[in-house]
Design a protein. Structure first.
Length: 134
């Protein structure tokens, strides 16, 4: 998967925000919002608006006591300095009270792009369906 390309303006914002720390001491280089399904660097206030909206939910699938959820995190979870933010996450959850904790519960996959996140979502759905057959 090729790295996400940032515009010159987005690079300037990111560079400026890397040096800036907001009033609660959080380095703002980590914050992103969705812009045409792509992560774009933003200020903390823009990030919080995005997280309060329904735009952060990419896909949710419910079936047979499980649900698969894919969301836009809005925070860069890439802890390496390669400037390719990891901002999407897909997780599998076991619904309700169960006597047995299923091995797929809390499985997570992270992604750089919207397309990769959707692919991860359908991979997780397939993993759960396969596990339920056994």
């Amino acid at each position: 998967m090729p790295p996400v390309r940032l515009t010159k303006q987005e690079k300037r914002v990111l560079k400026k925000e890397r040096e800036r720390v907001d009033d609660i001491g959080i380095n703002q280089k980590l914050f992103f919002r969705l812009k045409h399904r792509k992560p774009a660097p933003c200020l903390f206030t823009q990030y919080t608006k995005c997280q309060m909206s329904k735009k952060k939910f990419i896909r949710r699938t419910y079936f047979d006591g499980f649900w698969v959820s894919t969301v836009f995190l809005g925070i860069d979870h890439n802890h390496f300095e390669d400037n390719n933010p990891i901002t999407f996450e897909t997780m599998i959850f076991q619904q309700g009270e169960h006597d047995i904790h299923h091995h797929l519960d809390q499985t997570q996959l992270r992604a750089h792009s919207h397309r990769e996140a959707l692919n991860n979502h359908w991979k997780c759905v397939a993993m759960v369906k396969e596990a339920l057959k056994a």
